[in-house]
Write a protein that binds this ligand. Structure first.
Ligand SMILES: [Zn+2]
Length: 274
């Protein structure tokens, strides 16, 4: 395994590996990470750090994986609260009362693709395998947001909806947001058919995100699309950092749905105000 990135670093703690952005590490009182496949207890197609509860792995193993990741990051397992993602655009404000939901308490909502909070010690958990993780930090009002943008979420502007929800709930000015667009399937590997490509063309973004490679196939740049949508939402370009780590190209390190043919675990993104 060779890891090469200009925007993210691979960190190791207690034999567990995770990825971070320096731009977010620099913000005081914020902790974040993206899990890898390395350092967990799951076996078979979930080897070894699987953070997805609903794909056939045992709950015991996934729970232990969360505990190990929390221990490596210095985050309390009790503080985790997870989304309930289904490629829609509901963004939920969570706090102390929601801790544990989707991790050690049952889900109480069916469709939650984004989470926001302004409470300390509430660790937002979203999960991925090729889809785009987006983390948002309002550095002025100390509020955070996380969302899941696959192709459906991206073209439905979940990134913008999450920014707008932070504004509505906390008074966030988008210009105070530092945004990270995390590891997802890159434009090198994300091939789609015409109907999906057309949805991206219909976004009318200023920089093209669709490349025609012939025979009815197109390559789409999910990360650039989300970056441009964040900019349209008022986030400054200089405040957005994008991963250059393609999940499919790095499938030994990070969960990729396409690279594994769907036989896979999941990666999670964690974001918390300390
Ligand atoms: Zn790739």
């Amino acid at each position: 395994m060779i890891f090469n990135s200009n925007t993210m670093q691979l960190e190791f703690k207690n034999a567990l590996a995770y990825l971070t952005f320096n731009e977010l590490n620099k913000i005081p009182n914020i902790k974040h990470a993206f899990s890898t496949r390395l350092g967990g207890v799951s076996t078979g197609e979930f080897t070894s750090l699987n953070m997805s509860f609903n794909r056939g792995d045992s709950d015991e193993n996934v729970t232990e994986n969360y505990k190990r990741l929390c221990s490596a990051l210095g985050i309390r397992y009790e503080d985790l609260v997870a989304s309930a993602q289904d490629h829609n655009t509901t963004v939920r404000r969570v706090g102390e009362a929601q801790k544990g939901i989707g991790i050690y308490k049952p889900k109480d909502m069916l469709s939650v693709d984004g989470l926001i909070t302004n409470e300390k010690g509430v660790a937002l958990v979203t999960y991925f395998a090729d889809c785009t993780p987006i983390l948002l930090v309002d550095t002025k009002l100390n509020a955070i947001g996380a969302c899941h943008a696959g192709w459906r979420g991206t073209v439905s502007r979940i990134a913008q909806i999450t920014v707008e929800k932070m504004t509505a709930e906390f008074g966030t000015n988008p210009r105070d947001i530092i945004a990270a667009v995390g590891p997802a399937i890159g434009k090198c590997c994300y091939e789609v058919d015409r109907p999906v490509a057309q949805r991206f063309i219909d976004l009318e973004l200023s920089e093209a995100v669709v490349r025609d490679i012939g025979s009815g196939k197109y390559m789409v740049d999910l990360l650039s699309a989300n970056k441009q949508i964040l900019m349209q939402s008022g986030v400054k370009e200089s405040s957005i950092v994008c991963s250059d780590v393609c999940t499919k190209c790095n499938c030994d390190l990070i969960w990729s749905h396409r690279a594994t043919g769907g036989k896979r675990g999941g990666m999670c993104a964690i974001l918390e105000i300390l």
